[in-house]
Write a protein that binds this ligand. Structure first.
Ligand code: SAH
Ligand code: SF4
Length: 396
């Protein structure tokens, strides 16, 4: 086993791009230090840069303002300079579908004409936004629709944080000046469970989450953000150090033999290696339990023996298990376990002391449920050889 995959996967996707002459810098997605640097480069005196950064930050991320002319605590000529050199732009919503259960699925167009999906899930007293981190995915989990889509590229921090901002636009959730602070937020939680493997786009995801967590802007606390990974072991400790959000892991099997088939990254970092990395995570982040996601596939991973093995594997890890009834997609090679089977599996986990909620599929009628995301424009199915080469599996 080598750690070679992680850096390779990130490097080949990095698209260094110089701005063309006259092209404006998008402020959305710049971290505070990067924003400050950009303002200085645009001629802001060093002494003022920090204050200007704060002011702009609040306009963009707290008030949701997109027009420099409205930033009334900045001098007029400074606003003109900003409008000349910078822009505040979000990816474009191409379409919005609303499910019978209120789930909203946005098809979002990003630079280069690529598309990703973002899903808003309203719940009692809260609302969760499921955001994408890549166009497609390099990994090829056999039950996942996104896994059949060719990876096109990593999203930039701007495109990741932009998904949160455009959902707030659509929900009408930017605060109004002078209005009392509304504590019940429509968009109160984020899950990085859309398209892509967030830990193969680590820096961009980290920077976007830092922006989302910043108390003077979108201000979603780190415990309101859950990052889901298929098990990119070397990046787990870094996630604890540099992001500190909650962690979910796509576990899905209790033997290496089955996990190799369902979540092929297991061939690189197997169950034991993954559990070792996870054991450290709650301590390192002083956070709650890790969520173990477990998709229920009829006759594949759903037996009582699986449930008992899972209990053994979880020993010593503060964990809860999220059982996900398999969501079907055209051509999927699996079927959903029966409700009785799922309940029997859950009972074994609960008797062993693990909370094990069964995830209610949301937005199925608009193909917005877990694992159903895939953009219509990127339907090319990879060849097996390509999948193996990209995932580096031929060397493991
Ligand atoms: N790439 C990351 C995050 C996105 S997937 C990861 O794999 O963790 C979000 C969750 O949905 C994962 O647990 C994934 O395994 C699960 N999932 C994928 N396809 C699914 C399907 N068809 N039905 C149910 N869950 C699925
Ligand atoms: Fe990628 Fe996650 Fe789907 Fe696996 S489950 S193919 S890691 S998006």
């Amino acid at each position: 086993m080598t750690d070679a995959k992680a850096p390779i996967a990130q490097d080949f996707l990095t698209i260094p791009r110089k701005l063309d002459v006259g092209e404006k810098v998008n402020l959305v997605g710049l971290t505070r230090p990067a924003l400050q640097e950009a303002l200085v480069a645009a001629g802001t005196p060093e002494k003022q840069a920090r204050m200007r950064t704060n002011q702009l930050w609040q306009w963009v991320y707290h008030w949701g303002v997109r027009d420099f002319a409205l930033m009334t605590n900045l001098a007029k000529d400074y606003r003109a300079m900003l409008a000349d050199k910078f822009e505040i732009t979000l990816p474009e919503i191409v379409s919005r579908q609303v499910s019978q259960d209120g789930t909203r699925k946005y098809l979002v167009r990003i630079a280069g004409g690529h598309e990703v999906e973002t899903v808003y899930i309203p719940e009692e007293g809260r609302g969760t936004l499921c955001i994408s981190s890549q166009v497609g995915c390099t990994l090829t989990c056999s039950f996942c629709h996104t896994g059949t889509q060719k990876l096109v590229r990593n999203l930039t921090p701007s495109e990741i944080v932009g998904q949160i901002m455009l959902a707030r636009d659509d929900l009408g959730e930017w605060p109004e000046q002078g209005a009392p602070k509304d504590e019940t937020r429509l968009l109160s939680n984020i899950v990085l469970m859309g398209m892509g493997e967030p830990l193969y786009n680590f820096e961009n995801v980290r920077d976007a989450m830092k922006i989302a967590m910043d108390g003077e802007g979108i201000a979603l606390g780190r415990r309101r953000i859950t990052l889901s990974t298929s098990g990119v072991v070397p990046e787990i400790a870094r996630t604890a150090d540099e992001i500190g959000c909650l962690l979910a892991v796509s576990f899905h099997a209790t033997t290496d033999e089955v996990r190799d088939k369902l979540v092929p990254i297991n061939k690189r970092w197997n169950i034991e290696a993954l559990l070792d990395a996870l054991r450290e995570y709650p301590k390192a982040t002083n956070s709650e339990r890790i969520t173990f996601e477990y998709v229920m596939l009829d006759g594949v991973n759903d037996s009582d023996d699986d449930a008992r093995r899972l209990v053994k594997l979880l020993d010593g890890i503060p964990a809860k298990v999220n059982l996900i009834p398999f969501n079907e997609w055209p051509g999927a090679p699996y079927e959903r376990s029966s409700n009785n089977r799922i309940r029997a599996f859950a009972t074994i986990l609960m008797q062993a002391g693990y909370a094990s909620p069964i995830r209610t599929p949301r937005g199925e009628d608009i193909m917005a449920a877990c694992g159903q995301l895939k953009s219509a424009t990127e339907r090319a199915r990879k060849s097996r050889a390509q999948i193996a080469a990209e995932a580096g599996l031929d060397h493991s």
